[in-house]
Design a protein around this ligand. Sequence first.
Ligand SMILES: [Zn+2]
Length: 405
Amino acid sequence: MSTMPQCRLCGAPLIHTFVDLGMSPLCESYVPQEQLDEAEVFYPLHVRLCEACLLVQLPAYVSGEQIFSDYAYFSSYSDSWVEHAKRYADAMIDRLQLTSASLVTEVASNDGYLLQHFQAAGVAVLGVEPAANVAEAARARGIRTEVQFLGADTGQQIAARYGQADHVVANNVFAHVPDIRGFAAGLRALVKDEGTVTLEFPHLMRLIERRQYDTIYHEHFSYLSLLTSSRALATAGLRVVDVDELDTHGGSLRVYARPEENGGEPTERVKAVLAAEEAAQGFAPAVLKIKSDLLRFLLTAAEQGHSVAGYGAPGKGNTLLNHCSIRSDLLSYTVDRSPVKQGKFLPGTHIPIYAPERLAETRPDYILVLPWNLREEISRQLSYAGSWGGKLVLPIPELEIISVG
Ligand SMILES: [Zn+2]
């Protein structure tokens, strides 16, 4: 019996489930051919909501060091990110009035793709990057970089060695640190009393509204809102003073924080996003409603002797079926156009996968469409099911049964 996990922000016991997606392997744990017969490690993908501070979170089954120490992603490989980075640097230099006398320190600075634009504008830069191989790539392009994993102590050490920064950047890293308080303390140590910290992270509200299940994975420890990120930063004496809403990663926030002694009054934008988050609390039960509506439909169909088959074997289907605990007694099989998947079984649920011709042979009363994002295309492909009265079932964003043909 495992012990009750505790909130990484406030320490309260995590009693409340945000969503329990069952057991799942680490999303970066790709299995090579020669390991297919070996046991695969699954961890609970059980996202909790802290009722005391409202932080939505996954317990850390793997350490941040483990994830980041040989992280293979090089930001400069993506052209759109490099372009985004240039616009970002220009905007920050203008907004924060950075000059040749300023220092910009970036945490999780990757290969220097962002800092190069500040440096080109004459601003001094320092990268803090946990992965040694990635830091080496940054140094090769002339970006001064420390190999460090940011915490309270390392933040102080870096500031003592290089000085505190006018602007500290932490983009797409806050959600991935297990020790969110230590990381916030590290940010505070790195920034001058009159400086600014900016952070970007996916916005929990967008995940809920758009049912972005696929952004839930083990390396994504915290699912942040403006409210909870503000609370986390406040533990280190940083006050959120402004926020931008961005389209990146399905909907992100860019938060501006300053040491509280120089924080000042938050903008109207901060108040507006906080108010919208409060109104969005009611969206969380919608995730459970998808599960209960789908299960109720499948149980009723089984009782009435109606047959149900699936269409498609996409990754998001596995998350949904594992989340809903649907096995072959409720969904006898699924089909997929990919010959690679035919003859195999879905992970976790072990539902068999056949070629699409199986549908016409067995004529199921209902076809559960797993790649629900392709509804128009699949409705056309499956119009022939109308000849035997077969109907399509779409589970997300809410259960819908449609006739075809
Ligand atoms: Zn909490």
